[in-house]
Ligand binder design. Structure first.
Ligand code: UD1
Ligand code: CA
Length: 451
């Protein structure tokens, strides 16, 4: 049995933020979710998140995907672990993870688990830094760890040590619960430090192994907004390099943000300032121009999305969208469509080769194949209380500035005259015109303008 305790109860004072630290996002995903996703990949069965400060936001976000232990007040990292009582009678290994270290990879966790054995019942990740900042210092003797000294408890010599504790531990679960009660708060911060387990394990004749990780950036802890930005930068470079190695043409990888959960096909060209968030899946040969934002979008092949925003939607192939359009809430766009500039679509099914080139709002609407929308068409889907559906058939021609008052049904091969307000169904093959007939008052123009 492999378990994990994620410590996420601290306030994150150094963030100077109202939001609880581990809910801050890296490439669109909160730290706690990065950790959760990696633990899932590693196959950790029991996941206990220790929450305290801002616990509502974490619990609302991760829901019942994990177990929770509440730590209130927060008396230190060992005290946090002690709250994970669910695991008290488990066997096997337990990972103990600082909630502010979200970049650890699946491979590193696997290595850490492999190294943890009956002979080495406590193993922890370390790395060597140019500037060891406020990290706990590693005091070792050969390949054995003697103790970890927190920055605030260091003497002049210990402060100089550049090997640091990353805050990621793997421990034999039975020994963990056996020795946790021995941790005290006899230190400068009057906190219960999880790092004290090192000396306690040694005292009882167990070995403690420091496992050095070369890539120190993977181990970085996030305590401030500036460290959050460094972590984002590091992950951004890693994700973008990966997709470039798979043939994605990222024009400026420093100004392109791709979620760790996205998939992108080769020869897709991504212009600077594009963001791709969530579980988006993009095929090959797409073009995304400046400012495009995609979140949970499935995009086929050969599409061009110009400076537009698409969320929770599906787009076929050879479609052009934008500039400045907005598709949201479950839109499904078929192949070869053209959705031009300043078009908003919400919950719309848009059929093959249909076109909607300018300044249009469609909401809760189904559109068939080969339809053409003039400029400024609106489906009026909301009466202030309820939302209604609009159904449009195939080969429908809709003139400019037509309002369709839902619920309404427009048959195949129909024409809706420009400027009409359509309030009743239109049958197959008919033309509907619903506007006031024009009147001419000769000479009134001159009169009005005093000419
Ligand atoms: C901790 C380690 C330090 C290590 C560093 C690595 C201790 C005593 N020190 O220091 O050796 O170099 O991480 O990043 O463990 N938390 C709780 N409850 C608490 C206190 C903390 O849940 O009572 C959580 C925090 O939310 C945070 C994590 O534990 O996610 C680490 O706490 P933090 O205060 O950031 O520890 P550091 O000072 O960074
Ligand atoms: Ca920290």
């Amino acid at each position: 049995m492999v378990s994990a305790i994620v410590m996420a109860a601290g306030k994150g004072t150094r963030m100077n933020s109202k939001k609880t630290k581990t809910m801050h996002k890296i490439l669109g995903k909160p730290m706690v979710e990065h950790i959760y996703d990696t633990l899932e990949k590693v196959g950790v069965n029991n996941k206990v998140f220790v929450v305290g400060h801002g616990r509502e936001s974490i619990m609302e976000y991760l829901q019942d995907k994990v177990q929770y232990a509440v730590q209130d007040p927060q008396l230190g990292t060992a005290h946090a672990v002690m709250q994970a009582q669910h695991l008290k009678n488990e066997t096997g290994k337990t990972l103990i993870i600082n909630g502010d270290c979200p970049l650890i990879t699946e491979e590193t966790y696997r290595l850490l688990l492999d190294k943890t054995t009956k002979e080495n019942p406590l193993v922890l990740l370390t790395t060597v830094l140019e500037d060891p900042k406020s990290y706990g210092r590693i005091i070792r003797e050969g390949n054995q760890l003697l103790k970890i000294v927190e920055r605030k408890d260091c003497n002049d010599k210990e402060v100089e040590i550049r090997e640091i504790n990353a805050g990621i531990y793997c421990v034999d679960n039975e020994l963990l619960w056996k020795y946790l009660p021995e941790v005290d708060n006899n230190n400068s911060q009057k906190e219960y430090y999880i790092t004290d387990l090192v000396q306690i394990f040694r005292k009882h004749g167990h070995k403690v192994m420091p496992l050095i990780i070369e890539d120190s950036e993977e181990l970085q802890g996030i305590n401030s907004m500036s460290e959050l930005a460094s972590a984002t930068k590091w992950l951004q470079r890693k994700v973008n390099s990966y997709w470039m190695s798979r043939g994605v043409n990222i024009i400026d990888p420093e100004r392109t943000y791709i979620s760790t959960d996205a998939i992108i096909g080769a020869d897709t060209i991504i212009y600077p300032t594009v963001r791709i968030e969530g579980k988006s899946i993009l095929g090959e040969d797409n073009i995304l121009t400046e400012g495009t934002y995609l979140e949970n979008v499935v995009l086929g092949q050969g599409n061009t999305v110009k400076s537009s925003r698409i969320t929770d939607s599906k787009v076929g192939s050879k479609v052009t969208i934008g500039p400045n359009s907005h598709l949201r809430n479950g839109c499904v766009i078929a192949d070869k469509c053209n959705i031009g500039n300043f078009v908003e679509m919400k919950n719309v099914i848009f059929g093959h080769d249909s076109k909607c080139a300018h300044l249009t709002y469609l909401g809760d609407t189904t559109v068939g194949e080969y339809c053409n929308f003039g400029c400024g068409v609106v489906t009026v889907n909301y009466d202030g209380k309820y939302k209604y559906h609009t159904e449009i058939g195939d080969h429908v021609f809709i003139g400019s500035n037509v309002n369709l008052i839902a619920p309404v049904n427009i048959g195949d091969y129909t024409v809706l005259a420009a400027g009409s307000t359509i309030t009743a169904d239109v049958k197959e093959g008919d033309l509907a015109i619903a506007r006031v007939r024009q009147e001419i008052k000769p000479g009134y123009g001159f009169k009005y303008l005093n000419k």
